[in-house]
Design a protein around this ligand. Structure first.
Ligand code: HEM
Length: 149
């Protein structure tokens, strides 16, 4: 399990929640533009859900929910279980997570502009990996269970 997030990181994440609420879909739309330069990753996604804007909305809602609950992760148990389920259905693996980080952080920087200071980006990098480690751990368990079944 990853080390808990520092108080400073939690404070920075919570402080940026309103900006994410305002720009969430823009950030995630831009994130997918970057992510989908990788054709193999692009093929994992349902294109209809992208084209309708449904998937960027879901991801924006997940990121916002995370920002608001970063110090009370028990509120996210159901949401995390659903993400794990979809990820296992679509074959998401640990090695994909750096690709999403490399797409998400520049997208936050692009959309927030001057508000995305080094501190803000560092806090989001840390928080991304905190959540990613939780998902990776649960997904690894789920794949192992599927193999046993
Ligand atoms: C911390 C990182 C991540 C978060 C917060 C996240 C969040 C989500 C959410 C909220 C959903 C929608 C679940 C639903 O149907 O309600 C989803 C689905 C999905 N995610 Fe992730 N995800 C992350 C990392 C990744 C990675 C690394 C990949 C691999 C490239 C990935 C690929 C997918 C795919 C393929 C789906 C299904 C989309 C579809 O139905 O077309 N995700 N994720």
């Amino acid at each position: 399990m990853a080390a808990p997030l520092s108080e400073q990181t939690v404070a920075t994440i919570k402080a940026t929640a309103p900006a994410l609420q305002q720009h969430g879909v823009e950030i995630t739309t831009r994130m997918y533009e970057r992510l989908f330069r990788n054709e193999e990753v692009r093929a994992m996604f349902d294109q209809a859900a992208q084209d309708s804007g449904e998937q960027p909305r879901r991801l924006a809602a997940a990121i916002l929910g995370y920002a608001q609950n970063v110090d009370k992760l028990q509120n996210l148990t159901g949401a995390v279980a659903r993400m794990v389920q979809r990820h296992v259905d679509t074959g998401v693996k640990a090695e994909h997570y750096p690709l999403v980080a490399e797409a998400l952080l520049p997208a936050i920087r692009d959309v927030l502009g001057a508000a995305a200071t080094d501190d803000v980006l560092a806090a989001w990098g840390e928080a991304y990996w905190f959540l990613a480690d939780i998902l990776i751990g649960k997904e690894t368990e789920a794949y192992a269970e599927l193999e046993e079944a």
